[in-house]
Design a protein around this ligand. Structure first.
Ligand SMILES: [Fe+2]
Length: 442
């Protein structure tokens, strides 16, 4: 009898398997990435038509919070009752409603109610529409330190749930989301399921979001873009002097944060550009020593995915951000994580911003794992894994950034760095001073 030997037909198959495993392991050191997870199933759950759903909160100017929720019943009042003890609602706020139709879909009644003035760093108990359930949120502190949770491109898969669970374990003050929220992609009921998926977190801490390509949902000659996003996720654009929900700014503790739109005009003659120029000129770095910016399409990206998509916006707006001394930029879009050195004009620059791509929240499209080789000199850390980030602005000079990879069901801190603020480093690059004079001096 012949000795037991490998069938020659199986050798190519075996080689392929071995090479695939080696590639997977060497791509990110010894880390073996867990497999994709499916879109979550949301069984039909009948609720009273007046019951508040999809509750989320956002900052709405100094000491004020906007509470947003949806009801099926259009006559349900836009009332928020709140107080600092459970069940004792000392204060009341009234707001207004909106709704929209999209092909055969009619949204519920979307309520927006701004409440305040509120004390800083205080837990408030509240209920919407004159009925339960009672929810609670904590307002951000008035001064540093302040902590942001950061995750973009969330969607609604098993990995999204894992990311949200990990963020929930973190002590943070507000969530920053650089675009691509629900991945509804024209199927409007997915906005509703996503709103309920994020409610436990988004009703407890302010969620400050900007839009991505998955929020567009435009239909040529029939539907303008961002209709669902604007109706459901109203941000403080009026409070920050903007005329569009697609770009705005806010201040919290010692940070001024600009939220920009990658898919609305950004050239020098655009409303967004002129608003940004005016907004940045009003920043008081004594009051807000940290200056942050968020938008969807990254400007510094060494992943093969979405190469060059942010170039035009970068060309138009990077000089403004540089002149203003932006410390950190967060973007999404690429489903992976990457952190750069301080950069400007395509190369390392000690007076530029640290750019972080964090489009790895867990959406249905999966990870983007192919990178340019060799890595650019400005890229410090890059990895295609799901996860979230945490930014703690410790004081006016130092911040601690960490990225937490979703390793199966455990968050694992996989990248971390201390960042020194530009104001404390007294960065006075000649180019930056020239840029400042160009933009803001007569
Ligand atoms: Fe995107």
């Amino acid at each position: 009898m012949m000795p037991n030997k490998l069938n020659s037909n199986k050798i190519p198959l075996l080689l392929t398997v071995v090479i695939t495993v080696i590639t997977a392991v060497t791509a990110t050191g010894d880390y073996v990435r867990p497999p994709p997870r499916k879109t979550l199933h949301f069984p039909w759950d009948s609720k009273l038509s007046s019951q508040p759903q999809q509750v989320h909160i956002s900052l709405a100017g100094d000491k004020h919070i906007r509470v947003t929720w949806t009801t099926s019943d259009s006559s349900s009042p836009s009332l928020v009752e709140y107080g600092t003890s459970p069940g004792e609602y000392t204060y009341r706020g009234h707001g207004d409603t909106t709704s929209y139709s999209y092909l055969l879909y009619n949204s519920g009644t979307i309520h927006h109610t701004v409440i305040g003035p509120l004390d800083h760093n205080t837990v408030y108990y509240y209920r919407c529409g004159g009925q339960g359930p009672e929810l609670s949120f904590k307002t951000p502190p008035s001064e540093l330190p302040v902590t942001f949770a950061v995750a973009g491109d969330l969607g609604q898969t098993g990995w999204t749930k894992s990311t949200l669970d990990h963020i929930d374990l973190c002590e943070y003050d507000l969530h920053l989301l650089p675009g691509d929220l629900s991945y509804a992609d024209y199927i409007q009921s997915r906005w509703d399921t996503w709103g309920n998926l994020v409610q436990p977190l988004a009703s407890a801490r302010p969620w400050m979001v900007t839009q991505g390509n998955h929020e567009k949902e435009n239909i040529p000659f029939f539907k303008d873009g961002f209709e669902s996003f604007n109706a459901r996720w109203k941000m403080p654009y009026e409070e920050s002097g903007s005329t569009s929900n697609l770009y705005y700014s806010f201040e919290v503790a010692g940070a001024h944060v600009v939220m920009l739109g990658s898919y609305t005009d950004y050239d020098e003659n655009s409303d967004q550009y002129n608003w940004l120029k005016a907004d940045l000129s009003s920043v008081d770095r004594e009051k807000t020593p940290w200056l942050l910016a968020l938008f969807h399409v990254p400007w510094y990206n060494s992943n093969n995915a979405h190469q060059g998509e942010g170039d035009k916006m970068m060309e138009a707006m990077e000089p403004l951000l540089y002149a203003a001394g932006v410390d950190i930029v967060f973007a999404g879009h690429v489903h992976a994580y990457e952190r750069t050195k301080r950069v400007y004009n395509g190369k390392s620059d000690p007076c530029g911003a640290v750019h972080v791509t964090i489009g790895d929240g867990g959406n249905k499209e999966g990870l983007q794992s192919k990178y340019k080789d060799p890595s650019p000199e400005w890229s410090v850390f890059r990895e295609a894994s799901f996860g979230h980030g945490e930014l703690k602005l410790v004081n006016s000079t130092h911040a601690f950034w960490s990225w937490h990879r979703n390793d199966d069901d455990e968050p694992v801190r996989s990248d971390e760095v201390w960042i020194t603020s530009l104001t404390s480093s007294q960065c006075v690059a000649k180019e930056r001073e020239e840029a400042r004079e160009t933009f803001w001096l007569p």
